[in-house]
Design a protein around this ligand. Structure first.
Ligand code: 0O2
Length: 268
């Protein structure tokens, strides 16, 4: 067996993780820009550590020189969602890219088929193409999709499993199963108030959007020399903002837009 230059071998995986994270963050941004609830709440990526690769290869009796070819989660992406329903949406987004850039190889639904440990998550293994040192490389990447509650549980359980080297004492296993049950109930409860949460989110986004527009419009009027109105505009804006009334913010913004039209102010 030759010497493996791990750092060099793992560089393409780092590139793949960076690219996929960027693409998923752009999808999330797109939802936000369109003021639609994004099923993607957070995206994280990592390349498996050398120690974890060696440990996993060892556990599975994989010769170390084959580890990079055989292990599917050297490149790993985690997508965190707010609601269980969002997981399906994310899965569909990835499926829709299967002929484009993330060819699906395996899907494992541990959301429906909870693991004995209590672990819940949706795993998709994809093939991803990168251009590395002038050559096309095809790498596998494991995408884990789970809710915030599932992630909370998995993170704690993972640390404990590591601490006990995989052999959790019975009393801890039982407690963790209770915690998994609690996380499951939390997800279910959240689903029942999903509609209300989405409305609140939408109201917040609308307010954010209007505040941005108002500040932009005041700035434009100022840039076009309508300085005499500035103090009055700023005062009115602060008053309305403090009232927290979205309809009034909307009306005020409309007034600014009308003024911009009258004065023929072009947007900068
Ligand atoms: P790390 O440190 O998370 O990168 P398989 O069981 O082989 O059919 P699976 O579950 O996709 O299919 O494969 P595997 O290799 O068992 O698990 C892949 C990853 O899923 C793990 O990576 C974990 O991140 C996560 N996972 C699977 N089962 C559990 C579990 O019971 N608890 C927790 N916390 N996470 C789990 P690694 O290899 O553990 O490494």
């Amino acid at each position: 067996m030759g010497i493996i230059n791990w750092n060099a071998e793992l560089l393409p995986y780092e590139q793949a993780v960076d690219e996929i994270v960027l693409k998923l963050k752009n999808i999330q941004r797109e939802f936000k820009r369109r003021q639609i609830h994004s099923p993607i709440e957070q995206v994280e990526g990592r390349v498996k550590s050398i120690a974890s690769i060696i440990a996993k290869a060892n556990d599975r009796n994989i010769p170390i020189e084959n580890a990079l070819d055989v292990l599917e989660d050297i490149a790993g992406i985690r997508i965190i969602c707010r609601f269980v329903e969002d997981i399906d949406k994310v899965v569909n987004i990835i499926r829709s890219r299967s002929d484009y850039d993330m060819k699906i190889l395996i899907e494992e639904d541990y959301v429906t088929n909870t693991k004995r440990s209590g672990y819940r998550s949706y795993h998709i293994t994809v093939e991803y193409k990168i251009m590395y040192e002038g050559e096309i490389r095809i790498l596998k990447c494991e995408i884990q999709i789970r809710t915030l509650a599932m992630n909370f549980w998995a993170t704690i359980e993972h640390s404990l499993r590591y601490k006990y080297d995989g052999n959790l004492p019975e009393h801890l296993k039982e407690r963790l199963q209770n915690c998994a049950e609690a996380a499951f109930k939390l997800d279910k409860e959240m689903t029942t108030i999903r509609g209300e949460l989405l409305q609140a989110q939408k109201a917040m986004q609308t307010q954010e959007f209007l505040v941005n527009e108002i500040v932009k419009n005041i700035h434009n009027l100022y840039t076009y020399g309508k300085v005499e109105h500035m103090n009055e505009f700023n005062k009115q804006f602060m008053q309305i903002y403090q009232e927290g009334n979205v309809d009034k913010l909307y009306e005020f913004n409309h007034k600014l837009e009308t003024m911009a039209e009258i004065y023929n102010v072009r947007y900068v």
